[in-house]
Write a protein that binds this ligand. Structure first.
Ligand code: SAM
Length: 334
């Protein structure tokens, strides 16, 4: 098993938004650390293309494609990724819906080369072992929240922690490792919670202290409010509610409602880490205002203690602000 703990040689994330036409910094050459074909380098450098993510988990590279150019150069990309030391398998994942928006229908296409690995792989991040499903959400793992997950571990000693929309349990596991007295993770996805429950055992954690519940986040929080139940530290990391600018207004309403509920399950003086992975929301600069709207709705006051984005292997090119997608605020809630 290989570690993905802040080691750039083991985890490469060529993350970029799904927009393939904007200016874009080429990171592939830097991260790959292999000699790339000059034609390919110049193609990426000149065109500054986006729509390609490569996350490497142990010896498996997961390539997520969401742009026509990535599909077109599939063979070349696979050839190059194969050259990364330690990579023995490639899993290609195409976002059929986004590609369709670009005018490329891959539904009828025959898989040119089946992936050489399917199933799960074990990785380590922040000294925590995770089972990553290669069929799971995103590339199988939300590598982008790595630093914020670690930050949560530093705040958790003796705390009661609630991780809403927990996926494979990342924030919850860090809280438990950090000495939380009790941790609950909530997610609506059964397959995500299978991973999360596996992760409890992989890390020899006490099931009296950490557990995962399959429930809709809104229903869970409303239930907790009706029971007057509160937590010292709450994490809210919902799915992308504003996948495009057009739906930003309705998504803002959803973010506001979710955050208002989350604030009501934080004890007075407790902490809320609230996130948005919607590029449209982050780039609009409206997330903080939405949070303030939620505080008014909940009758609470909030103070921003920390502001973060994606981990450092997801750098931003100032010429390409569209690459900024993740917002993460730590709030004191009174
Ligand atoms: C951005 S991911 C969370 C990533 C996670 N915090 C981590 O660090 O790995 C969002 C999660 O929300 C879950 N989800 C989506 N809709 C939900 C709902 N209505 N109620 C609860 N969870 C939901 C998804 O299954 C997904 O696991």
């Amino acid at each position: 098993m290989l570690s993905i703990n802040n080691e750039w040689t083991l985890l490469f994330s060529f993350f970029f938004s799904t927009k393939s036409s904007g200016p874009f910094v080429n990171l592939g050459c830097v991260f790959l650390g292999v000699k790339l074909q000059p034609d390919f380098i110049s193609l990426i450098l000149k065109c500054r293309l986006s729509g390609l993510i490569v996350d490497i988990f142990a010896d498996v590279a997961v390539i997520a494609s969401s742009a026509a150019w990535v599909e077109k150069y599939r063979q070349e990309i696979q050839f190059l990724v194969n050259k990364v030391s330690n990579v023995n398998h490639i899993k290609w994942r195409s976002s059929a819906d986004i590609l369709k928006e670009e005018g490329l229908d891959i539904s009828e296409q025959k898989e040119p080369e089946p992936s050489s690995h399917s199933g799960t792989v074990k990785v380590m991040e922040n000294d925590i072992i995770y089972l990553v499903s290669l069929e799971g959400q995103k590339t199988g793992f939300y590598a982008d929240q790595r630093e914020s997950r670690h930050f949560i571990s530093t705040l958790s000693k003796g705390q009661r922690v609630l991780d809403i929309c927990c996926y494979s349990g990342g924030f919850a596991l860090n809280a438990a490792k950090g000495g939380a007295s009790n941790v609950i993770g909530i997610d609506s996805s059964a397959s995500a919670l299978d991973l999360a429950n596996n992760n409890i055992f992989l890390n020899n954690l006490d099931t009296q202290r950490i557990s995962f519940v399959k429930e809709d986040s809104t229903a869970f929080m409303k239930g907790a409010i009706s029971r007057n139940e509160v937590w010292d530290l709450v994490i809210l990391d919902p799915p992308k509610l504003a996948p495009r600018k057009k739906v930003l207004q309705s998504a803002s309403g959803m973010y506001r409602s979710l955050n208002a509920l989350a604030m009501q399950v934080v004890k007075t003086g407790g902490l809320l880490m609230t996130c948005s992975c919607s590029g449209a929301m982050t780039q609009s600069g409206l997330f903080l205002r939405t949070i303030q709207g939620a505080a008014s709705m909940a009758g609470r006051k909030v103070t921003v203690l920390r502001q973060a984005g994606a981990a450092c292997d997801h750098p931003i090119d100032p010429a390409y602000p569209e690459g900024q997608y993740l917002s993460n605020y730590l709030l004191r809630v009174t």
